[in-house]
Ligand binder design. Structure first.
Ligand code: 26Y
Length: 824
């Protein structure tokens, strides 16, 4: 009987308007007479959310019925950005919404801008997870994301007097994109003790009891695929005190305050995203977050598997779990615990299941980013898990000993337990031992992990366990949504929007690389995007920039290895050069706007110093009458996903200039090129593969190669060290106080001239400055520049996250898509 009442989502403008008005008047309890943009955003979102949840339900039913293998992507970070625009485009109803909102008296852009970014991530790793969810749904894979529902996402960055100030990001005030599942609650245990006893058959049993319990409550976020009805699920866990409001026993005994404190402590677990990117700090609360999230997710996954009543050995045929870096590595231990302690499987049988279920993705070779946990800390929080890790390690080392007898050094090198004081658990090693595949995120990076940090493991497990899956980005958000005019222009030439689902179709564009009319339109769109960014810069910083100037952009997390310091030193060098010129000479220059953006981890002083220097240089250069439009320096506050959508389409050149061998892949490099920007970069990460695809003449490469870095560092420390002369002049100017109190920057210049220049800023400076000069020259020939831009876009097909997800599906997960049409 209920079938005739089933929800039918809106499909036309009239139905959409009716839904918006209904939500304003009932859900929001407001009148259309005082409906402002915030309310219009809320109502439009609720209308789309209703649509998504209907499709979500159908997708879940279909996937349950099909009972195939599911993929679970475990990530501590999901940097989703805004959802409304994405939902409108993915379900193909943005035109309907645009018309409807216009009829109701609103501009769709203004409505879209009301949304607060979902910023549950730091940078590349978190945004990659978001692109993957988009591709998984768009390609019809049965896939779930699992993460934490932080009350505070990455902090909001304010620049005050040139310094970064962190402001909490309280984003949950109104979030129509999540559905609380108060019926899906998992008890999570911490601390306590392990008791050992023998059961009636004489079998050793370990029981973990005592300690404290925290509840994990599920919140579901629907993930719509592009032009498909598949709507997958991102499940985020929120922590809550075990006994509901508070502990009534304590309350009744008069201990009200401590019962409130208990509750707050429980809720602290999912309160805040750690703002460190590529920097491990070993904080107990972070370990708590990791176990909380991993245990809740595994409980959920195992419960779903058990419903199918299959034998345990079929688990890896039904479940693939991908570990986004080592952050969820405890899942390996937790699954082993569930199978052995709770389900009574033999160790070996359980271990075969576990190690066939997991895949591990490494995102970094930087030693300071590799997670290690202190054994005493771990012992206290998760006593049973520590025992299991010791057993995993023992059996692993025994097998190594059998294959490589008498190689004592090898055993010490690959041990999951580092024999330091205190002893440390090496999470990457645990992840390798407990997974069937380990992948890096770009070719160079995957080669590097095999030859450096994981070298011994390649010997032990053989080379086939290690593989590469070069990162990708979703063209839906990073072309169609961020740059709608470019997307439409491309569609008009190559037979529609099909390239958004098969990015290799972009190759059809190449024949327009010399088409005069097309090039004009291409250039016009870039210019319009620059005007839009110029407006944003004006309204947020007060700085006027000329959209005809060359826009040179570096936006990413602030880190010494990414070398924003080299960029700003280059800017100072340019400034000094301009100052030394005659007015006649200045006329020949290419006007440039240097745009920076990015957050520094709150405790990372050097990164904060670099932000400070950029802002101080801007204050001097932007107000120097000799310079005028020839050079402007802008720091865009609070770089995030929605700012990226404005900045990336507006760049002429962007900088991806990490010390060779340090940036695992980079993904913004792909976004910039896909939007018709050229890039200046080092031979690092995915820059190398981008060059291979688009051609060497379409990219500005410079600097030392990864293979030479070690020798150069050695020479700095043990040979004689001379600073590049141009860089020395820049340092002199900083020390003169031209950019404010010189003492503020002495640690920065000192790290280069006195402390070994670990990131090779001086070694690469000369070739950097020379290459920037080539950029200036090349930009003068707009005709050629635009051809390069078009050709590059045409050759970017490889870098879609769809390609990337298909590679994971085939070589790691062994899963196939489940098309919704097929099922009906
Ligand atoms: C241990 C903890 C503090 C930690 C937290 C966040 C460690 C690392 C991270 C984040 C790492 C990250 O974002 N890595 C980036 O991953 C991208 C996606 O693969 C790469 O493109 C990028 O090169 C890499 O730096």
């Amino acid at each position: 009987a209920w079938k005739k009442y089933q929800t039918r989502p809106f499909t036309n403008t009239e139905q959409f308007e009716r839904e918006v008005v209904r939500h304003v008047e009932t859900t929001l309890a407001r009148s259309m007479f005082n409906c402002d943009e915030t309310a219009a955003y809320a109502a439009a979102s609720l209308a789309f959310r209703d649509r998504l949840i209907t499709e979500w339900n159908r997708t879940q039913q279909r996937q349950t019925f099909a009972d195939g293998k599911r993929v679970y992507y475990l990530s501590l970070e999901f940097l989703m950005g805004r959802a409304l625009d994405n939902a409108m485009l993915n379900v193909g109803l943005k035109n309907v919404a645009q018309q409807g909102l216009t009829d109701l008296g609103f501009r769709i852009e203004d409505v879209i801008e009301q949304e607060h970014d979902a910023a549950l991530g730091n940078g590349g790793l978190g945004r990659l997870a978001a692109c993957f969810l988009d591709s998984l749904a768009s390609l019809n894979f049965a896939a779930w994301g699992y993460g934490l529902r932080y009350r505070y996402g990455i902090f909001k960055q304010e620049i005050i007097d040139g310094y970064q100030v962190e402001v909490p990001d309280y984003w949950l005030d109104f979030n129509p994109w999540e559905f609380p599942r108060h019926d899906i609650v998992v008890d999570i245990q911490f601390y306590g003790n392990v008791r050992k006893y023998q059961d009636s058959q004489g079998k050793q049993i370990s029981l973990w009891d005592g300690g404290e319990i925290v509840k994990a409550v599920a919140y579901d976020v629907p993930i719509p695929g592009f032009e498909t009805s598949t709507t997958n699920n991102l499940r985020l866990w929120s922590s809550k005190a075990a006994s509901g409001e508070f502990d009534f026993q304590k309350f009744n005994s008069g201990d009200y305050e401590s019962s409130v404190a208990d509750q707050q402590r429980a809720e602290t677990i999912s309160a805040v995203l750690y703002p460190n990117d590529n920097l491990d700090r070993g904080k107990e609360l972070r370990l708590k977050q990791q176990y909380f999230w991993v245990a809740a997710s595994l409980y959920d996954i195992v419960r779903r598997f058990k419903k199918s009543k299959r034998a345990w050995k079929e688990f890896p045929d039904q479940v693939a779990i991908q570990l986004n870096d080592t952050h969820p590595t405890l899942a390996i231990v937790e699954l082993q615990r569930i199978l052995v302690d709770l389900e009574g499987l033999d160790w070996d049988e359980a271990w075969a299941i576990v190690s066939n279920t997991f895949g591990y993705t490494n995102h970094t070779v930087l030693p300071e980013a590799l997670e290690k946990w202190s054994v005493p800390l771990f012992q206290n929080l998760l006593p049973r898990h520590l025992q299991i890790i010791y057993d995993i390690n023992l059996f692993f080392l025994q097998s190594v000993e059998r294959t490589f007898p008498k190689e004592r050094d090898l055993l010490a090198r690959v041990s999951i337990i580092e024999e330091s004081s205190p002893k440390m658990i090496r999470m990457a090693y645990l992840a390798i031992v407990g997974s069937h595949k380990v992948n890096g995120v770009a070719e160079l990076h995957s080669d590097l992990i095999k030859t450096t940090i994981f070298k011994d493991f390649v010997r032990i497990f053989g080379p086939d366990k290690f593989t590469n899956v070069t990162n990708g980005i979703t063209p839906r958000r990073w072309l169609h949504q961020a740059n709608p005019r470019l997307s439409e222009l491309i569609a008009s030439k190559i037979g529609g929007l099909g390239f958004l689902k098969d990015l290799t179709l972009l190759s059809e564009l190449e024949k327009y690389a010399d088409d005069k009319e097309f090039k004009k339109e291409w250039q016009e769109i870039k210019y319009a995007n620059k005007v839009r960014l110029a407006r944003h810069i004006k309204s947020t910083t007060g700085i006027t920039v000329n959209p005809a100037a060359l826009f040179d952009v570096q936006v990413k997390r602030m880190h010494e290895y990414k070398r924003q310091q080299m960029n700003i030193f280059g800017v100072i060098h340019r400034y000094l050069t301009i100052k030394a010129m005659t007015p006649e000479e200045r006329k020949k220059l290419t006007p440039r706007v240097s745009i920076f953006g990015g957050k520094a981890a709150p405790g990372y002083w050097m990164a904060k110093t670099i932000i400070h220097l950029i802002n101080n240089v801007g204050a001097v250069v932007n107000n120097d009458k000799d310079v005028g439009d020839l050079l402007k320096v802008v720091f865009v506050e609070d770089y995030n996903v929605s700012k990226a959508e404005i900045i990336i389409p507006a760049s002429d050149v962007s900088e991806h200039i990490s010390t060779a061998g340090t940036e695992a892949s980079g993904t913004s490099n792909m976004k910039f090129v896909l939007n018709g920007g050229l890039i200046i970069g080092t031979c690092d990460g995915a820059n190398i593969e981008i060059t291979r695809e688009i051609g060497e003449s379409n990219i500005f490469l410079f600097g030392n190669l990864a293979e030479d870095v070690e020798d150069l560092r050695h020479a700095h420390n043990y040979g004689s060290y001379t600073l590049d002369p141009a860089l020395a002049r820049v340092f002199d100017e900083i020390k003169k106080g031209t950019f404010g109190d010189a003492a503020a920057f002495s640690a920065l210049t000192g790290s280069i001239e006195d402390h070994g220049d670990y990131y090779l800023v001086s070694d690469d400076f000369h070739s950097y400055v020379q290459t920037q000069a080539l950029v200036d020259e090349a930009y003068k020939n707009q005709d050629e520049w635009i051809s390069k831009s078009i050709t590059s876009v045409a050759r970017m097909g490889f870098f879609s996250s769809d390609r990337c997800i298909n590679e994971y599906a085939e070589s790691i997960w062994n899963v196939e898509p489940q098309s919704p049409e097929q099922a009906e």
